[in-house]
Design a protein around this ligand. Structure first.
Ligand code: CP
Length: 306
């Protein structure tokens, strides 16, 4: 049984094939319109979501399959105290594959150990968000033409930002990756990521707290939201939430081909005046998320086109 719990569950070769498949799906969607006929995807979302849940559902519908699920813990029997292990045992007899988002780190892994269907981690607390990473990799590959020899700036909440953690873990596998980590000191990347991922792979990186002066060095700028839901203390959130705001004035420091990515949702960290800049690709990124999830569903279900 193959699951996707961590961005590292796919080898570089598997990842390359998956991104190629997603790219073909983007260019030739009709070719894949019946691939999942008769198959069901369950979306088990214990935390709010717009893009991840709906792009998973759109992906399965685009493949000719069906979807079922819940969009909050309150509307499931988790509200009555049911465990993830029991839930996934039941869902395994209702669906062929499932995507799970949960506020607790490791919950999708627990589900995978009790499932008889493939489990996809759709975001677990502040830990990982591997399908966002697949989306990010597809976006960069499509729009930059490569995944190696890139300098990526990560800006905002690098402590709790699971999309940042997952993308760093994925990018260190490509030669020539270099990172600039832009955050307030309270929201720096966790120690495990610095020691076990960046230092262990001897990846060059620097930590700064000013955006403008490093903009000319970047091939991609990955903006993130300061996440109110991860803070224990509202005062800290209010103090830190507007630490970095990308606006048209700051974009003047960037290279003409630098990409601005953001997993979305955005709050204040990118001014809406940036949206019409051709380098702002975050809405295109969200669109690519459908195709990469189509490719993932088809791959995990081991389906092929006729
Ligand atoms: N990028 C992302 O995970 O968005 P949602 O929270 O809307 O799913």
């Amino acid at each position: 049984m193959k699951h996707l719990i961590s961005p590292l569950d796919l080898s570089l070769d598997e990842l390359s094939k998956l991104l190629d498949l997603a790219s073909d799906m983007y260019q030739n969607p009709k070719k894949y319109a019946d691939v999942c006929h008769g198959k069901k995807l369950a979306t088990l979302f214990y935390e709010p979501s717009t893009r991840t849940r709906l792009s998973f559902e759109a992906a399965m519908l685009n493949l000719g399959g069906s979807v079922l699920g819940f969009s909050s813990a309150d509307s499931s029997s988790a509200a009555k105290g049911e465990s993830v292990a029991d839930t996934i045992r039941v869902i395994s007899s209702y669906a062929d594959i499932c995507a799970m988002r949960h506020p607790k780190e490791g919950a999708p892994y627990v589900a995978a150990t009790h499932a008889t269907i493939p489990v996809i981690n759709a975001g677990d607390g502040g830990h990982n968000h591997p399908t966002q990473t697949l989306t990010d990799l597809l976006t960069i590959k499509q729009l930059k033409g490569r995944l190696d020899n890139l300098t990526i700036g990560f800006c905002g909440d690098l402590k709790f930002g699971r999309t940042v953690h997952s993308l760093i873990e994925a990018m260190v596998r490509y030669p020539g990756s270099r990172f600039v980590l832009i955050s307030p000191k309270e929201l720096k990347v966790p120690t495990y990521l610095r020691e076990e991922v960046l230092d262990a792979h001897q990846v060059p990186y620097k930590e700064v707290n000013v955006l403008e002066e490093i903009m000319p060095e970047l091939d991609c700028l990955y903006m993130t939201r300061v996440q109110r839901e991860r803070f224990f203390n509202e005062e800290d959130y209010i103090r830190l939430k507007d630490s970095f705001i990308l606006d048209a004035a700051k974009m003047q420091y960037a290279n003409k081909d630098m990409l601005v990515l953001h997993p979305l949702p955005r709050v204040n960290e990118i001014a809406t005046e940036v949206d019409n800049d051709p380098r702002a690709v975050y809405f295109k990124q969200a669109e690519f998320g459908v195709y990469v999830r189509m490719a993932l569903i088809m791959t995990l279900l081991e389906l092929t086109v006729a």
